[in-house]
Design a binder for this molecule. Structure first.
Ligand SMILES: NC(=O)c1ccc[n+]([C@@H]2O[C@H](COP(=O)([O-])OP(=O)(O)OC[C@H]3O[C@@H](n4cnc5c(N)ncnc54)[C@H](OP(=O)(O)O)[C@@H]3O)[C@@H](O)[C@H]2O)c1
Length: 263
C-alpha cells in the first residue's frame, strides 16, 4: 500500500457489480481493499494490481462478526482512513417464504443488513473524525416495492435504502457523503445464486454490471443522495415502485418472481 494514494474498500468485489466498481476505483488511482469469500477474489485482485495500484484481497464471510472485523482491520491497518467505501456485497433468496431454510433467510439479513450497518458504523466514524470520505451502498429498485417470492431480500434492501437516506441527511452538514445506488435486474451471478433462474425476473432482460457500476460510481463522486443505476428498464421499475400503490407493485412482483417450476 502507498500512503500517497487514496484507499477504496469494495465488498462483494469477486464478481458482478462489485468487481466493476473496484475497476473504476483502480483506474482513478486508488489502492484497494477487496472483500469476498471465493477464490475469484484473487483473480480480481491480480487483474487490478496489474494496473499499478496496491490491492489487498480480504477473504471474509460477511455473515459473521469476525468477517466484518477482519475487513475493518485490513482496511485501517497503519491508521489509514479510506477515501471511499462501497458496501456492495449482497445475496438473495427466491421461492416461497414458508418453504425456505430459515438459516438461508437469516444469512440474507446478516449480509445485506447486519454487516452493512456494522461496517458503515465503523468506517463512517473514522471518516467523520478525518473530515472527509465517501460511502456508497448498493440498494436495489426492489427496495421500493413488496417482494412476494423474494420477501426477505426486498425487505433487506428497503432497510438499506431507509438507513442510507437517514445517514445521508444526518451527515449532510459534514464533508462525508453517503450515496445509495439502486440497480435494476443486472447480468451477474445474483439470480442463479438466489435460485431464481426459473422466474420471469431471472429470465428477463438485464443491465450490464459495468454500466450499473459506472452510474453508481459517478453518483458517489458527485455525493448524490441516490441514483437509479442502469438502463431505462431500471429507471422504469424505480418509477413504478415509487409511484404505484404497494398492492399494485406487490402483485406485479409476485408474477415476476414466482417460480415457474412449481413453487
Ligand atoms: N444482480 C441484480 O439484478 C441486482 C439488482 C439490484 C441490486 N443488486 C445488489 O448488487 C450487489 C452485488 O450483487 P451482484 O449482482 O454483483 O451479484 P453477484 O455477482 O452474486 O456478486 C455478489 C458479491 O457479494 C459477495 N458476497 C455474497 N455473500 C457474501 C458473504 N457472505 N461474505 C462476503 N461476500 C459475499 C460475493 O462474493 P463471494 O461469493 O466470492 O463471497 C460477490 O462478490 C448486491 O448487494 C445485490 O443485492 C443486484
Amino acid at each position: 500500500m502507498n500512503d500517497t494514494r487514496p484507499l477504496a474498500v469494495v465488498t462483494g468485489a469477486s464478481r458482478g457489480i462489485g468487481r466493476e466498481l473496484a475497476a473504476l476505483f483502480a483506474v482513478d488511482g486508488h489502492d484497494l481493499v477487496l472483500v469476498a469469500r471465493s477464490p475469484a477474489l484473487d483473480d480480481a485482485a491480480a487483474e487490478l494490481e496489474s494496473s499499478g495500484v496496491s490491492v489487498t484481497p480480504v477473504h471474509a464471510d460477511l455473515r459473521t462478526e469476525a468477517g466484518v472485523r477482519a475487513v475493518y482491520e485490513a482496511a485501517t491497518a497503519g491508521g489509514r482512513v479510506p477515501a471511499a467505501v462501497a458496501l456492495n456485497a449482497g445475496t438473495g433468496i427466491g421461492g416461497a417464504f414458508v418453504d425456505a431454510d430459515p438459516e438461508e433467510l437469516l444469512a440474507v439479513v446478516d449480509v445485506n443488513v447486519r454487516s452493512t450497518v456494522h461496517l458503515a458504523r465503523l468506517f463512517l466514524a473514522d471518516m467523520v473524525r478525518a473530515g472527509s470520505g465517501r460511502l456508497l451502498f448498493t440498494s436495489s429498485v426492489v427496495s421500493l416495492m413488496p417482494g412476494p417470492y423474494q420477501a426477505v431480500y426486498n425487505a433487506s434492501k428497503a432497510f438499506v435504502q431507509s438507513f442510507t437516506d437517514g445517514i445521508h441527511d444526518e451527515l449532510s452538514d459534514t464533508d462525508v457523503t453517503v450515496t445509495s445506488m439502486l440497480p435494476g435486474a443486472t447480468d451477474t451471478h445474483f439470480f442463479a445464486r438466489a435460485g431464481m433462474l426459473d422466474t420471469l425476473l431471472g429470465k428477463g432482460p438485464k443491465d450490464d454490471p459495468a454500466r450499473v457500476a459506472k452510474d453508481g460510481y459517478d453518483a458517489l463522486l458527485r455525493g448524490d443522495r441516490r441514483v437509479v443505476a442502469g438502463s431505462l428498464l431500471a429507471r422504469s421499475m424505480a418509477a413504478f415502485g415509487a409511484l404505484a400503490p404497494d398492492a399494485v407493485t406487490g402483485a406485479v412482483h409476485k408474477v415476476l418472481a414466482r417460480p415457474r417450476s412449481g413453487g
